[in-house]
Structure formats: C-alpha cells, structure tokens
Design a protein around this ligand. Sequence first.
Ligand SMILES: [Zn+2]
Length: 239
Amino acid sequence: MTELSYQTDAYLQEFEANVTAVIADSRAVVLDKTAFYPGGGGQPHDLGSLLVNGVVYPVDKVKKQGEDVLHFLGGDAPLPAPGSASHGTLDWVRRYKLMRTHTALHVLCGTVFRDYGVLVTGGDREPLKGRMDFEFETMRGDLVREIEAAVNREVAQARDVRIKILPRGEAFQIPALIRTKINLLPEGIQQVRTVEIVGLDLQADGGTHVRNTREVGTIRVTDYKSKGAINKRIYIEVE
Ligand SMILES: [Zn+2]
C-alpha cells in the first residue's frame, strides 16, 4: 500500500521513500509513499526521477493499481532490490503547470454553474491547456468573452483552495457534492477527498491544485465546440 503524499501536500517536489515491491517485467517499483500523481480524473500522471543506491532512474510513467502506486523506471540500469531507500524528484515545472491548469478548470466549472446553472460532464487537461464538457444547451460563441471575463474575475478574487478528507457519509450530505455526481464513487471508498475553491466551487477530487486562485494566472477561453444539442465543450489556456 502506498501512502499518497500528494493528497495532503501538493507542493511536495522531493521525498524519501522505501521500495516495497519490484515488478521486473514492466520495470516498475512500488514505494511505501509517493509525491508522484498516478493520473486520473483528467489529470495526467507525473514525470520525474528516482535515485536509488546512486543510480538515477527516470520515472516515465506512474499508475495506481489497487492500493499501490507503480513507478515505471526508464533506462536499462539493473532494478533496485525491495527494501531499498529511494529519493524521488518530480518534474516540478510540468506538475505546477498542471496544478494551475487543473485549478483553472475548477474556476471555470464553478463560474459556469453559478452564472448559467449548467453541469459538467467531463474534462481533460495537459500542462497549461484543458477542456471541459457541459450540459449547456444555450452555449453560443458570443458567451465565450463573457465566460472568459467572469473566470478571470474569480481568479483575481484570490480565493483560497481548501482540501479536506471526509467520511463518506458526511460527504454524501453536502448538496454541492451530490450535484457533481458523488453517488458514482465506488462503494468501497470510505473517505472522500474534497477540493473547495472558497465561495465558488466544491468537488470530490483526488488531484493536485494550487493553494489560491491567484496562482492560476490568466485564463483564456480559446474555443468551444458543440457536441450535440445539449453538450458543449469549452477549451481554455492558462498564461
Ligand atoms: Zn480537481
């Protein structure tokens, strides 16, 4: 089982951990804890490196498998032995861009719900670019500038972003979470991590975010696409 250090401290760039298992075929190691985000919820996995016994292994891919986080090691150096101490380092420049982009999408989601009452159905992102799908029947091209101005006003409000881990029963009582389809969470999950942009948005979410909207930067709404009568896709970039 891997302790997910990024869930409580998204700003952890380096960490010490022990190798608890090695999967030779896929050149993957399991660590007892990790700051590497394994991907999910539309946020890509992290990249970086792992130093073990003087060897620096590139971390090319990270994936969650049950309770474990698998770190796939590049290069061809012999794999470390289970029980080895390691030092992990994230590609922080990339990760921080993803945190800003991810938080920008929450600002978009919260603002569009408040101003137009429409819900998100999905989303995806890469560093400094993202898209979000809405049940937004009345979306038109001339709303793009209006939405862009509104999201940038929210960023400028310098709203704090708060992370909480709640018992499942408690989270299921919160109306804002019910609206974002918290009921789709698998039954086995007893604790729900919530991400709140104070005064704007609240979601159940396992990803990494900045601490305050002022870190997001300027959001540009670059495009929108109709995916049918109801579903519309909005594209953003962060500068
Ligand atoms: Zn999020």
